[in-house]
Write a protein that binds this ligand. Structure first.
Ligand SMILES: *Cc1c(COP(=O)(O)O)cnc(C)c1O
Length: 376
């Protein structure tokens, strides 16, 4: 058995090396490194894959969130609601833009933002909700869309961990995550489900005027060259990354299928084990793309289990060890810790196991066996 990795980028690269080399060679030979044809091609293919009108590639997933917020014309004092349990980017950009951050608690089963907590956090100043499809599982979009409509609030979906996941509404409408709200954002950080070999990100929307504005904002606020109508950013996906992503996009569904297979093998191995709660598997209609396979370990045994895994050369991740409302940078003394019972508990219980496209059944069984022996 090969050594177990948390993410195996080398194994994945080796499997598609020839195709990648051809794609990379063409960028190197044309030397069209910025906004070259490779970027346009990837943009068009991602639009088709997502079934969305506009994809705007950008430099990373954090910029994608910032550009989405910038496009909404908000003013200081306006509020944005998001999950207390997510990667810092989601909250960081709200504060960077001088807006008020309203963090809310999550659902214990899905780790996703809890719609009833969103409802309670809404004020007359609330302008947007950022649901995060955490660990690859769609948030409860049926309710979130309803709440947003009722209160005339925009939805920006942080789809950094769930590219390729889909969500089916009660009326049968099925949409890819990130294309449900007003704007979707994603990241191509190497370990994401569709990972570049460096940084990258994208914004997507069906709204023509938002798309136009975001494209301008990402390009120094200029539509016509050297005429700056808005204060913007320089946020681009470079051609080399686009060439890599365009090859890998063809394999994304297959990669996600492999992640789902690995998840179901872990879950059947770990079923009924003391103090282990395996991840929620949504009904088929709401596909989960398992960016992470995250267990909850009860009875304060998580850290002991983590030590045991390390002793057996099994890597793991704790996503995330501190809820955002307790982070030094985002702490607000006016916000009571009692509003976050679920995240406060999750941070002490979660542990993510190795999850990637190259994981073998032997490796999954070995990891499961070590967990079972330790906890049973
Ligand atoms: C990775 C990630 C981001 C940020 O992406 P970068 O490309 O690293 O800037 C934002 N939100 C979530 C939920 C993420 O997992």
């Amino acid at each position: 058995m090969n050594s177990i990795k948390m993410v195996d980028l080398k194994g994945q690269y080796d499997a598609i090396k020839e195709e990648l080399d051809i794609s990379l060679d063409s960028v190197l030979n044309t030397t069209s490194f910025i906004n070259g044809p490779a970027v346009k091609k990837f943009q068009t293919n991602l639009q088709k894959y997502l079934n969305v009108k506009h994809v705007i590639p950008c430099a990373n997933g954090t910029d994608a969130l910032q550009l989405a917020i910038m496009s909404l014309n908000l003013s200081p004092g306006d509020e944005i609601i998001t999950s207390d349990f997510t990667f810092a980017s989601t909250a960081e950009v709200v504060l960077l833009m001088g807006l008020k951050l309203r963090l809310v608690d999550i659902n214990q089963k899905t780790f996703n933002v809890d719609p009833s907590s969103i409802e309670r956090a809404i004020t007359s100043k609330t302008k947007a909700i950022i649901p995060v499809h955490l660990f690859g599982q769609p948030a409860e979009m049926e309710k979130i869309v309803e709440i947003a409509k009722q209160n005339n609030i925009k939805i920006i979906e942080d789809n950094a961990q769930a590219l390729g996941a889909a969500y089916t509404f009660n009326n049968g409408l099925r949409k890819k995550t990130g294309t449900i709200g007003d704007i979707g954002t994603t990241s191509f950080f190497p370990s994401k489900n569709l990972g570049a070999y460096g940084d990258g990100g994208a914004i997507y929307t069906d709204n023509d005027s938002l798309a136009k504005k975001i494209r301008i904002l990402a390009n120094h606020g200029m539509d016509k060259r050297y005429y700056h109508d808005l204060v913007g950013l320089n946020s681009r996906l470079d051609s080399i990354q686009a060439a890599i992503l365009d090859v890998k996009l063809k394999y994304l569904d297959n990669y996600n299928e492999r992640r789902r297979d690995s998840a179901s093998r872990y879950s059947s191995n770990l079923k009924g084990i003391n103090n282990v709660i395996t991840p929620n598997i949504p009904p088929d209609s709401h596909s989960h793309v398992f960016h992470q396979y995250t267990l909850r370990i009860l009875e304060s045994k998580r850290d002991l289990l983590a030590e045991h895994l390390t002793k057996n050369s099994i890597p793991y991740g704790i996503y995330y060890p501190v809820p955002l409302h307790k982070q030094k940078a985002y702490y607000n003394p006016k916000v009571d810790n009692k509003f976050f019972p679920v995240t406060n508990r999750a941070v002490n219980e979660v542990i993510s196991l190795p999850m990637h496209t190259e994981l073998s059944n032997d490796q999954i069984d070995y990891i499961s066996e070590k967990i079972i022996k330790f906890l049973n």
